[in-house]
Design a protein around this ligand. Structure first.
Ligand SMILES: Nc1ncnc2c1ncn2[C@@H]1O[C@H](COP(=O)(O)OP(=O)(O)OP(=O)(O)O)[C@@H](O)[C@H]1O
Ligand SMILES: O=c1[nH]c(=O)c2[nH+]cn([C@@H]3O[C@H](COP(=O)(O)O)[C@@H](O)[C@H]3O)c2[nH]1
Ligand SMILES: NC(=O)CC[C@H](N)C(=O)O
Ligand SMILES: [Mg+2]
Length: 531
């Protein structure tokens, strides 16, 4: 499941599982193909299309290959090509969007731009049947899919036939039964293609014959072996926040390398109330993991003084985290590796995954915020997983529900919930409001129905009247969203009664806030955090 140039060490580990190779042409949603395959129990790896030499592919011995979508046009000179050798390996191939177009082009078909473009929801007419649609779509049906293309195939290569068509894509599904080549113009990997997962499962299970024996239990075993292979006898420090991701990473690492692991919890003065005590007692006492608790609030708050730009805040925090980790590893006699609970969404939002043109939305402190020239090597066992998969793994590892089910809390903490300059006073005010808000959510039994809820301290002062006196204090915003993976999110529909109760408590109890608003922006167009 690595999203790096294939490394020789990874292949033998997966040897006893059926596997699919995904060649990435730079689509924003390539990782969702891997995720859908994992959900149906199939081991897979994502390799950049241009880092897949023929001998490596043969050594990996996949049961099938999927070609992802991508931003290029197959008709452009110099646009990406699939390794020609894959068409001589006798393996089933599924091309998705650009992957379909490039396969058609390389096999002698014709691809053209300048036709009707389709973005988002579209409908296709199923005109035939094939191995990937069987049992999912019946001929004659009209089905919803999700499209994102400007080019299309205008002439099929030899041996292919049409199975479904849309207005903008006469070749929405194509099949060459004899060679077991299939192509879709739409994206079966996204949830907006309602039966997409079933189509992919038909490809992996029926066409490629994968048995579906890849589970989170298998992931755990393989990842432990991978960690051991990477780390050897070296020492590892792990940034542990007590959040879901680093807790799961720490317990997994501990299982893999025992006392070679030391966790470092950094209190940057921007954590929530009582966080430090909870983390220390859980990990030291319950899991028996070596843990350093570092109070670095003066350092962080000092360096954030005068900083107002969100990206500079994030990069400052990312740099200071590493500085602190470097200092602490020296105190324990040196470490060769830094482990973090980085997840796939952290990676995709921070950097372009394949060096392609996907844009940086924000620099997650643990990815885009890392300083150049960091000495320790990174160990990031969860880098290819989505949050809900990490939760499944956490349960598999016996981590208590109070940790596994926690709302995410970003590494930069309250700093990115205080637009403008961050000060200790503001952090204290926000911490208090946030505590009340979450207490009310818990009391109302809503905590588990919400992906993430928090308060934001606005850099706006407003006039109020309290006890017949005039106030001129800050406004705060409440945010609560539902989501499955943090990539998209919807507003949580609280009752007005609940919201007004929370607002009253905050204004009454928190000195410095005299007005409360509720943020009703979904993601997109908003992001979950305000900065
Ligand atoms: N206060 C902290 N001390 C040490 N490491 C931290 C701290 N905050 C974040 N990190 C590191 O940065 C990584 C990314 O942070 P992130 O918030 O995404 O994950 P998390 O805190 O582990 O889980 P969650 O998303 O549930 O909050 C963490 O996994 C951890 O390695
Ligand atoms: O560890 C982290 N470091 C960061 O720099 C960071 N920025 C956002 N987040 C969390 O990621 C999820 C998506 O957030 P956004 O919609 O704000 O991008 C949400 O769950 C956010 O809380 C971060 N986590
Ligand atoms: N999503 C894709 O793979 C798009 C493929 C190609 N760039 C097109 O516009 O048709
Ligand atoms: Mg966190």
């Amino acid at each position: 499941m690595t999203h790096a140039a294939p490394d020789a060490a990874s292949a033998p580990l997966a040897q006893h599982h059926d596997r699919i190779l995904i060649l990435d042409f730079g689509s924003q949603v390539t990782q969702l193909i891997a995720r859908r395959l994992r959900e149906s129990g199939v081991y897979c790896e994502v390799w950049p299309f241009n880092a897949a030499p023929d001998d490596r592919i043969r050594a990996f011995a996949p049961k099938g290959i999927i070609l992802s979508g991508g931003p290029a046009s197959a008709t452009d000179e110099g646009s990406p090509r699939a390794p020609q050798a894959i068409f001589e390996m006798g393996l089933p191939i599924l091309g998705i969007c650009y992957g379909q177009q490039v396969m058609a082009h390389q096999l002698g078909g014709l691809v053209e731009g300048g036709h009707l473009r389709e973005f988002g929801r579209a409908h296709i007419d199923v005109t035939g049947d094939c191995a990937i649609t069987q049992g999912v779509w019946a001929p004659g049906a009209r089905e919803q899919v999700w499209m994102s293309h400007g080019d299309r195939i205008t002439r099929l290569p030899e041996g292919f036939r049409v199975v479904a068509a849309s207005e903008g894509a006469p070749f929405a599904v194509i099949a060459n039964d004899e060679r077991r080549y299939y192509g879709t113009m739409f994206h079966p990997e996204v949830v907006h293609t309602p039966h997409g997962a079933a189509l992919l499962k038909n490809f992996s299970h029926i066409v490629c014959g994968c048995s579906g024996d890849w589970t989170m239990g298998a992931f755990r075993a393989e990842m432990i072996a991978k960690i051991r292979a990477q780390v050897g006898t070296g020492r590892v420090v792990c940034g542990l926040s007590g959040g879901v991701d680093s807790s799961v990473a720490a317990v997994l690492l501990h299982e893999a390398i025992g006392d070679q692991l030391t966790c470092i919890y950094v209190d940057h003065g921007l954590m929530r109330a009582n966080e430090s005590e909870q983390v220390v007692s859980t990990f030291r006492d319950r899991f028996n993991i070596k843990l350093v608790h570092r109070d670095a609030s003066d350092l962080f708050l000092g360096q954030l003084s005068g900083v107002t730009d969100p990206e500079i805040k994030r990069k400052t925090i990312g740099r200071l985290f590493i500085e602190v980790f470097e200092e602490e590893q020296q105190k324990i006699g040196g470490a060769d590796f830094l482990a973090q609970g980085t997840l796939y969404p952290d990676v995709i939002e921070s950097v372009s995954a394949t060096g392609g043109p996907s844009v940086t939305i924000k620099s997650h402190h643990n990815v885009g915020g890392l300083p150049e020239g960091m000495r320790m090597k990174l160990v990031e066992p969860l880098r290819d997983l989505f949050k809900d998969e990490v939760r499944v793994l956490g349960r598999e590892l016996g981590i208590p529900e109070t940790i596994v089910g926690r709302h995410p809390f970003p590494g930069p903490g309250l700093a990115i919930r205080i637009p403008g300059e961050v000060t200790k006073e503001k952090a204290d005010i926000l911490r208090h409001a946030d505590t009340i808000y979450l207490e009310e959510i818990r009391n109302a039994g809503l905590y588990d129905a919400i992906w993430q809820a928090f308060a934001v301290l606005l850099p706006v002062r407003t006039v109020g009247v309290m006890g017949d006196g005039r106030t001129y204090d800050s406004a705060c915003a409440l945010r609560a969203v539902t989501s499955t993976d943090g990539m998209t999110a919807d507003v949580y529909p609280f009752s007005m009664e609940f919201l007004t109760r929370v607002a009253a408590r905050i204004v009454n109890e928190v000195r410095g806030i005299n007005r409360v608003t509720y943020d009703i922006t979904s993601k997109p167009p908003g992001t979950i955090e305000w900065e």
